[in-house]
Each structure stands twice: as structure tokens, then as C-alpha cells.
Design a protein around this ligand. Structure first.
Ligand code: 3EB
Length: 325
């Protein structure tokens, strides 16, 4: 699979496996997971401020893609990689519906022949507010996701990398990437407690994701925030949160003998629109000048987090100087 590309017009893109449109809310009043079976599955997220800044994130491959729909799911696959998406209707209590949606995703993707899920994105409206039971919506979501991983007859060899952020749309939207032949390598961050071992203060069921996934020569870095150990660092201090994120990304990349220059496509989620300029300036100083960086305004999982960064990078080929034996 190729690295994801970012375009304003998807019509010229060859072999799209899946398309994620980031649009301004006024641009398009439907948030949806749509099937364009002849072409590619499409997810629409209204998370860009200005209509002029709308963009499409496209996962492309070098091979022809088969796209389709199955129940509520939309998918595209090329013989080795698959993209699959689903929307969970708004609910006063998400755990059961999120569990079922995840179970359907895992089953469908395994049925299609692509059981090795390595990257998942989740958008969850009002995630730091309370649900009908008084439970925080993000924790309600985490419960459903954890139950699905427990119950699924399709067992993942290791947890996928993930992003969970707010959403402006109707209900929870989940989209994922998976592979046919090879499980990924799940990576953790030496500066952070694995999310799946977070203490119960963050919820009865900890967030089920790895800090990154390595598959082929690609690295998929999960949404990374200003979290050290399991605690938020520098609540309320935007530049310090950004610096902690750069440090966290650097520490994880170092475990793969890589640095920030390995990151090619980067998505930056910012809680407050007015913070965009500061965040943009700091990211410009730290990431490679030719990296593609896109900025989205969304809520984040903890109310004291101001920024979250995810990225896709390329690992350098294993040095020929390292010879085993
Ligand atoms: C954190 O480090 C920040 O629940 O899938 C980042 C990435 C976060 C993914 C998820 C949550 C998730 O805990 C929050």
C-alpha cells in the first residue's frame, strides 16, 4: 500500500482503497459513511473550520480495488489491504452499539480475508460529556470497544494503533485499515503507560489500542497527546503540550531507529480554533519541511488535552550492516 495522500479533488486518484473527506460543517450537513461501490468507500467528517480548507485523505494502492457494502459497513480491498468503515447511530448509551459495530467490522473484514487490523480511527461526538447513565461518553465508548475485542471470534494478534477524537456528526464513526497476510507489530511508547494498562480512574475498561503499528515499511502512529505515564502533562499550557507531543513521538520513533523526519503525513487535532496558529508554527519547526500536515478542530478525549497528533511514516530499510548470526 502507498502512503495516504491528501487531495482537494478525488476524481484523479487512482485505486482509492478508502476516502476520508474532512469538510466544514457548513459544507455538507450530512456526516456519513457512504458507499460508492463502483469506486471506493467514503467517510465524511465535518471537522474543518472553513469550507475552503476541506480536503480528502485518500488511502491508495497500486492495484485495482474492489469496493462494496455489507449491512451497515462500507469497504474497499485490493488483495492485500482493506479499508472498512461504519457509523453507529447516536445513542444515550454507546457501549452495546459500539460493541456490535466493532464485532461486525472485525467479522466482515475477516470474512473478506483481511483479518489483520492494524489502524483504527474513531470519532465520538461530545466525548467528554456524560451519557444517559451519567458515564463519560468516551468511557462508554471504551467499554463497547473492549467488550468487542473480548468477545470477537476473530482474535487480533496484537492491538491496532488508534485515534479517538471528538466528532461533529451523527453518532460514532469508525474506520480502519487491515491486511490479508501479515499481522502488524504493535509498538508502545517508553514515556507512556500502555493505554490498555491505564488505571481505573480513566474508566472501568481501559482504551484498547497500541501507540503505533509497524507493517511493511510503514509506521502508523496513534493519536499522541501530552500524556506522560498515564497523566496529562501541562494541562492548559499549549506550547508545553506541543513540546511533550514532539518528545513522545520522538521517543516512540527512536525505538524504531527513526526520528520525526520519518513522518510523511501528519494530522493535528486542535481543541480550540484560535490555537491553530500557534500549533501550526510549532509543528512547522519540528516536522520535516516536505511532510504533509493537516489541521483539524475537534474535541479530545480528556478535557485538559489541547492537541493530539497522529502520523504515518516510512521506516528506513534495515541496515545491511546488521547481520544476524
Ligand atoms: C491518550 O494518550 C490520548 O481511545 O483509541 C489517543 C489515541 C487517545 C487513541 C483511543 C485515545 C485513543 O490516552 C487519547
Amino acid at each position: 500500500m502507498e502512503l495516504n495522500c491528501v487531495v482537494d479533488d478525488v476524481s484523479g486518484v487512482e485505486h482509492p482503497l478508502g476516502i476520508v473527506w474532512h469538510t466544514a460543517p457548513s459544507d455538507d450537513d450530512v456526516t456519513s459513511v457512504a458507499a460508492e461501490p463502483a469506486k471506493a468507500p467514503v467517510v465524511r467528517l465535518p471537522d474543518v473550520q472553513e469550507p475552503a480548507n476541506s480536503f480528502a485523505e485518500v488511502w491508495t494502492t497500486g492495484r485495482p480495488v474492489v469496493a462494496g457494502e455489507f449491512d451497515e459497513l462500507v469497504y474497499g480491498h485490493d488483495g492485500e489491504y482493506a479499508f472498512c468503515a461504519v457509523q453507529v447511530a447516536p445513542a444515550g448509551r454507546y457501549a452495546p452499539a459500539v460493541r456490535d459495530a466493532y464485532l461486525s467490522l472485525l467479522l466482515a473484514i475477516a470474512d473478506l480475508g483481511y483479518p489483520h487490523v492494524f489502524r483504527i480511527w474513531n470519532t465520538i461526538p461530545r466525548l467528554t460529556e456524560r451519557n444517559a447513565d451519567g458515564l463519560e461518553i468516551y468511557q462508554d465508548f471504551c467499554r463497547g470497544r473492549a467488550e468487542a475485542f473480548d468477545l470477537s471470534p476473530v482474535r487480533l494478534a496484537s492491538l491496532p494503533a488508534a485515534t479517538a477524537v471528538g466528532g461533529q456528526g451523527d453518532g460514532v464513526i469508525v474506520y480502519l485499515l487491515s491486511r490479508r497476510t501479515e499481522p502488524h507489530l504493535a509498538l508502545e511508547n517508553p514515556q507512556q503507560v500502555p493505554a490498555y494498562r491505564y488505571p481505573v480512574q480513566y474508566g472501568a475498561r481501559p482504551p484498547a489500542f497500541a501507540r503505533a503499528a509497524r507493517t511493511g515499511d510503514h509506521l502508523y502512529l496513534s493519536g499522541t497527546a501530552s500524556v506522560l505515564g498515564h497523566e496529562t502533562a501541562h494541562g492548559g499550557d499549549l506550547p508545553a503540550q506541543c513540546r511533550t507531543i514532539f518528545d513522545n513521538l520522538t521517543a516512540l520513533l527512536a525505538t524504531q531507529s527513526a526520528d520525526l523526519s520519518a513522518l510523511r503525513t501528519i494530522k493535528v487535532y486542535v481543541r480550540h480554533g484560535p490555537d491553530l496558529e500557534t500549533v501550526r508554527a510549532l509543528c512547522g519547526q519540528h516536522f520535516a519541511p516536505d511532510a504533509r500536515i493537516d489541521y483539524l478542530v475537534t474535541e479530545l478525549c480528556r478535557s485538559d488535552l489541547l492537541v493530539q497528533v497522529e502520523a504515518v511514516g516510512r521506516t528506513s530499510p534495515v541496515s545491511s550492516a546488521i547481520v544476524l548470526g
